[in-house]
Design a protein around this ligand. Structure first.
Ligand code: SF4
Length: 361
């Protein structure tokens, strides 16, 4: 079947009743669920845009204990903010959160607005996040449709339309809105997402035997779950080779610098890094070009890092130099005292190598 169905109020009540009853029994205990203040829901939703629930938990705990409310988020300095986000990637998201927090302090008396329409005017809060916060924290009857919900709806109703097209996304959201019971909007939104995350799994492996929609599901009846949802082919990532130089001296400190203010990983700290795959001779020459005197050079493991549109193929060299020489824009940093210096997870392989090297010193 193609196109979008329009379930009657009775069908909608039947389906929402099934998923809510399942949610009441099966939902996971999550730190932001046990205390769903608007601020905590907001932080969790932004973190969950990029990372799985289990992985988010420790980041969430650290973030809200250091920055417990909008006022603290608005006031914190940028280096502390970025280091609290370290490991989560997509640093512009936390920068946007701080921008939004400053707006909330200046224009809303420090309280997040209570409707999706107002929330979505804030920096970094898109329609999904606005609906999630408004429904979960304030009980507003708005549908929140993420990738999990799109998958559940496409399979439940056997919808063979591309879920990535903005026009179809609107139609899916309207369909979800028909199912949403106004008196339990936040629970319904979480129930649909939770079902997608725990039962109606991606990549053709749903656990239909455990699903409350089994009797009603088109994909289950027609055996089409493996082909749904439909996604038009995504654009391929551009591949870039980069070389990371871990430049150190007998002091055990490593040379780091700030990335440019604009562009990929803007303003973050990094090890010295060049475009292209440098040979040992080229890497040593690059260090000598900065005025350093190279004593030893060793290869480091290769690594891959995926950004939304770019794939980095990384190689690296550990370069032991005679002594620390001032390098324009560079800082020699001990891996044990690097709090406040957020190094993005794109460099995690080399960060681990630097930490291992420091421990041996
Ligand atoms: Fe997904 Fe299977 Fe449930 Fe249908 S029955 S919604 S395919 S888990």
């Amino acid at each position: 079947m193609s196109g979008f169905p329009a379930p009657s109020p009775a069908e909608a009540a039947h389906l929402s009743g099934l998923v809510l009853e399942w949610f009441d029994r099966s939902q996971r205990v999550l730190p932001w669920r046990s205390e769903p203040t608007p601020y905590r829901v907001w932080v969790s939703e932004i973190m969950l845009q990029q990372t799985r629930v289990e992985a988010v938990k420790p980041y969430f705990a650290r973030f809200v204990s250091r920055l417990p409310d909008v006022a603290a988020l608005a006031a914190v300095d940028e280096d502390t903010l970025l280091s609290l986000w370290e490991g989560l990637g997509y640093y512009n998201r936390v920068r946007n959160m701080q921008k939004a927090a400053k707006t909330v302090m200046a224009q809303y008396g420090g309280r997040l607005p209570d409707t999706a329409a107002e929330l979505s005017k804030l920096s970094g809060i898109g329609s999904y996040t606005a609906a999630a916060i408004a429904s979960i924290a304030f009980g507003e009857a708005v549908p929140a449709v993420d990738g999990n919900v799109l998958r559940v709806l496409a399979r439940l109703f056997g919808i063979e339309e591309d879920i990535l097209s903005p026009r179809n996304k609107k139609a899916f959201t309207a369909l979800d809105g028909r199912l949403l019971p106004p008196q339990r909007a936040g629970d319904f939104n979480q129930a649909m997402m939770e079902l997608g995350a725990l039962v109606c799994l991606p990549n053709g492996t749903p656990l239909c035997g455990e699903c409350p929609f089994r009797e009603d599901c088109r994909a289950y009846q027609e055996g089409s779950a493996a082909y749904l949802p439909v996604r038009a082919a995504k654009r391929k990532r551009r591949v870039e080779e980069r070389t990371v130089l871990l430049i150190t001296t007998p002091s055990g400190r490593f040379l780091v610098r700030r990335r440019p203010k604009k562009g990929l990983l803007a303003g973050m700290w990094e090890f010295i890094e060049y475009q292209g795959a440098l040979t040992a001779e080229e890497a040593a020459a690059a260090a000598e070009g900065m005025g350093l005197s190279v004593e030893e050079i060793e290869p480091l493991p290769h690594a891959t890092h995926l950004f939304t549109h770019i794939e980095w193929q990384l190689s690296g060299w550990l370069i032991l130099c005679k002594e620390e020489v001032p390098v324009s824009g560079g800082v020699y940093l001990s891996m044990k005292e690097r709090e406040g210096y957020a190094i993005p997870s794109a460099f995690r392989t080399y960060l681990a190598a630097a930490e291992e090297f420091s421990e041996k010193m």
